[in-house]
Design a protein around this ligand. Sequence first.
Ligand SMILES: C[S@@+](CC[C@H](N)C(=O)[O-])C[C@H]1O[C@@H](n2cnc3c(N)ncnc32)[C@H](O)[C@@H]1O
Length: 210
Amino acid sequence: MSVEEQYVDSLYEADSELERVKEGIASNGMPSISVADGYGRLLTMLVRLAKANKLLEIGALGGYSGICLARGLNEGGSLVSLELLPAYAEVAKKHMVEAGLGDKVDYLIGDAKESLAKLKEEGRKFDFFFIDADKEGYPVYLEYAIELAEPGAIIVGDNILLRGRTTDEAKQGPAVKAVRSFNEKIATDERLESTILPGYDGLAIARVKG
Ligand SMILES: C[S@@+](CC[C@H](N)C(=O)[O-])C[C@H]1O[C@@H](n2cnc3c(N)ncnc32)[C@H](O)[C@@H]1O
């Protein structure tokens, strides 16, 4: 983390609920790859500002971002969270319940591409998306998000800098290429207006026009 990121984080009191989630993630042997604290706070704010009430998250891990997203919901709002691994979804659900948000979330287990195809088939629509699963899937996830979006929906994608790999021309692996293509689409797709924040590991934020 940069000195500036550390400074900004130091201004905020520790969030005991989210700290417990991080401990739970570690004690279950899961990787510590939850969204950065500062972007977690931004997710809550964005959901609240957009008055979003039908959220879709791609990549649950231990529920850290799920809590941040659900905290921004009004009464009656809900979160659908897609997670490949049943054991991870179980930990995420436990953390959501402990945070008093268990009734707001539904987990769909399995490859997100299959879950997204099913949601599309069912005609489901969402007004906020958080893309944070396997990086190779990002371009497909973005296209699904646009297709499942209500007009004005917000799409957020995390880790778009891949800890320096995105901007390193020597890196040409499938995940890097996929994220570059995701970033280009975020910046140029005519269906979107967007910005990309380069802090932490990079965050893309787009609004579906309409
Ligand atoms: C970076 S972590 C998510 C972190 C979480 N959003 C947070 O900030 O708390 C990525 C998650 O995506 C899941 N994942 C990886 N490939 C996936 C796939 N094809 N479909 C659904 N989930 C996937 C992983 O199991 C992992 O839990």
